[in-house]
Design a protein around this ligand. Structure first.
Ligand code: PEP
Ligand code: MG
Length: 585
């Protein structure tokens, strides 16, 4: 039966595919794809782990004291029976060989399938056996954790556009959509190179970092679809409408046909926009507008160039640091990554932002558990870096060295205090002195700050005394101005880029920078939102940084705009108590 669930639209377009439901087991399971030639080794790894747990339980039975309660022995028998169940082994084999899941993923997927079957059982005793199954699977997963996978190497990235071709060819039955309770930004990045046609998560806000990574992958995604985990089953047919934020499960043929039609229309629209790639980004009155790219990994530079970006306006370097089990990349590794980004942009400016971890971007899953009550107000971004100067200077040295090979703009996240600015700049000088002492070459950089907290927006004149350029991080500026956790879908309806308080801060920062002839950009999600382009142009913004996938649509707006007409209107919008109303007129 067809049914639909509403979530938050985070990444446009439509995906149609079979659901891959990520189980949320109590034990963390790593998820990655293996290569076809690794299937046998992975099945063997799963088998060995299961056998090891069987041995472990048998040993436990042997050493059990004679006076131990009989139930304990019976329980171990049940666990041994579940462990040795042929159907479980067959199913794990199936997920590994048919879907190329790693062993942990295969096991947790099967746990999820069986759990649902248990839930539907009438017999209470049998229903309760679910807990036993979970314990057994957890034991195997825990065993695997201590056993390195022989096949954990990341896969080569899929060729750009491959998944679109898959759909365009009518091969929708081969498409897979990922459904999860939640995905950390690091998980999302791990899936970046694979051919998922879309994503659905049960939690998350529109500008959570998970949503941002989904958007950067330019595939349809819906977050905050609360019931997704319970309602979608493995292999269900699912339509993700990333424009409306709707997920349709088990669609009827008529609905399927309608969405396939819309998918083709979107494809035609993309092709039409593609023709603007080499068109200079000028308004009708001849104002040049720089459209830059936000990237998460050095390899994203190619997509930025392909979309016609004139540089990178935000390289979120924290993604180089995540999902490494706490081991941080050293200076050399970082230098190579930054250099790769610089080389990819062929002389165009690359704005590298120093580490912005914390809040909804934990370094790894373990540190996520160390959350304080208000992680977004805690040790994140520049605060994190200043709390660990050695780590910070390692990153600074790597960036300064990469600057010998191209134009780098060095940018700092979330500064709010003058003392933080001074400490930060002192660390830059120290990093330069360290490189001098070593006789290592480095280049000159422009220094910039993000305006992400109201305090920074309100003291922009101070910032301008220290920095060559500023960039407004609207994602955080909105979060901190309105006291709305950007990752929390429960308050997503209050997260409002058009709130008069937010607009006034944005307008004022742009005006002050322009008055002093300093470079100002916006690199939060509103920069790539076409419904905001005219307003930002009217406020005087001439530098927008966004996901490469949004550049051409924004360029289309720029080409249609006349900034002479927009300026007065933009002031009216900013001064209005209800800007949204004026914007829609
Ligand atoms: C922002 O806050 O707007 C921004 C661009 O930084 P991030 O989304 O990485 O926090
Ligand atoms: Mg931010």
């Amino acid at each position: 039966m067809t049914f639909a669930i509403q979530g938050l639209a985070v990444s446009r377009d439509i995906a149609i595919g079979r659901a891959v439901v990520l189980a949320s087991s109590r034990v963390e399971a790593v998820h990655y794809f293996i290569r076809p030639e690794q299937i046998d080794a992975e099945i063997e790894r799963a088998r060995k782990s299961r056998n090891a747990v069987v041995d472990e339980l048998r040993r436990l039975q042997e050493v059990m004291p004679k006076d131990a309660p009989g139930e304990l022995d019976a329980l171990l028998d049940v666990h041994l029976m579940l462990l040795q169940d042929v159907a479980l082994a067959q199913a794990v084999k199936h997920w590994i060989s048919e879907r190329l899941y790693n062993a942990e993923w295969a096991l947790s997927t099967q746990l999820e399938v069986i759990s649902r079957q248990f839930d539907e059982m009438e017999d209470e005793y049998l229903r309760e056996r679910k807990a036993d199954l979970e314990q057994v699977v957890e034991r195997i997963l825990r065993h695997m954790k201590g056993m390195a996978s022989p096949v954990a190497a990341p896969l080569p990235p899929a060729p750009p556009g491959a998944q679109r071709e898959l759909l365009a060819d009518g091969g929708a039955e081969e498409s897979l959509v990922l459904v999860a309770q939640d995905l950390s930004p690091a998980d999302m990045l791990q899936f970046k190179s694979r051919l998922f046609a879309g994503f659905v998560t049960a939690v998350g806000g529109r500008t959570s970092h998970t949503a941002i990574v989904a958007r950067s992958m330019d595939i349809p995604a819906v977050v905050g679809a609360r019931a997704a985990g319970q309602l979608i089953r493995q292999d269900d047919w699912v339509i993700i409408d990333g424009d409306a934020g709707v997920v349709i499960i088990d669609p009827s043929p008529i609905i399927l046909a309608e969405y396939s039609f819309r998918q083709r229309q979107n494809q035609l629209e993309r092709e039409r926009l593609g023709r603007l790639r080499h068109t200079p980004s000028l308004t009708l009155d001849g104002e040049r507008v720089d459209l830059l790219a936000n990237i998460e990994q050095p390899g994203d530079g190619a997509a930025a160039l392909h979309a016609g970006a004139v540089g990178v306006g935000l390289f979120r370097t924290e993604f180089l640091f995540m999902g490494r089990g706490g081991s941080l990349p050293g200076e050399e590794e970082q230098y190579r990554a930054y250099r790769e980004a610089v080389d990819a942009m062929h002389g165009m400016p690359v704005t590298i932002r120093t580490l912005d971890v914390g809040a909804d971007k934990p370094l790894d899953k373990a540190s996520a558990k160390d959350y304080f009550l208000n992680p977004a107000l805690g040790l994140r971004a520049i605060r994190w870096s200043l709390a660990d100067p050695a780590m910070f200077r390692t990153q600074l040295r790597a960036i300064l060295r990469a600057a010998a090979h191209g134009q780098i703009r060095l940018m700092f996240p979330m500064l709010a205090h003058q003392s933080e600015i001074e400490q930060t700049l002192a660390q830059v000088r120290l990093a330069q002195a360290e490189l001098d002492a070593r006789g290592t070459a480095y280049g000159a950089v422009q220094l910039g700050a993000m305006i992400e907290v109201p305090a920074a927006a309100l003291m922009v004149r101070t910032f301008l005394r220290y920095f060559d350029f500023l960039s407004i991080g609207t994602n955080d500026l909105i979060q901190y101005t309105l006291a709305i956790d950007r990752a929390d879908e429960a308050v997503a309806h209050l997260y409002d880029p058009l709130h008069p308080a937010v607009l006034r801060l944005v307008a004022d920062v742009i005006a002050q920078c322009r008055a002093q002839g300093k470079s100002i950009s916006v690199c939060g999600e509103v920069a790539g939102d076409v419904s905001m382009t005219r307003l930002l142009l009217g406020l005087g913004l001439r530098r927008f940084s966004m996901h490469p996938a949004q550049i051409l649509a924004v360029k289309q707006e720029v080409l249609r705009a006349d900034t002479r007409r927009l300026a007065d209107w933009a002031q009216q919008v900013v001064n209005s108590d209800c800007p949204a109303q004026l914007l829609s007129n």
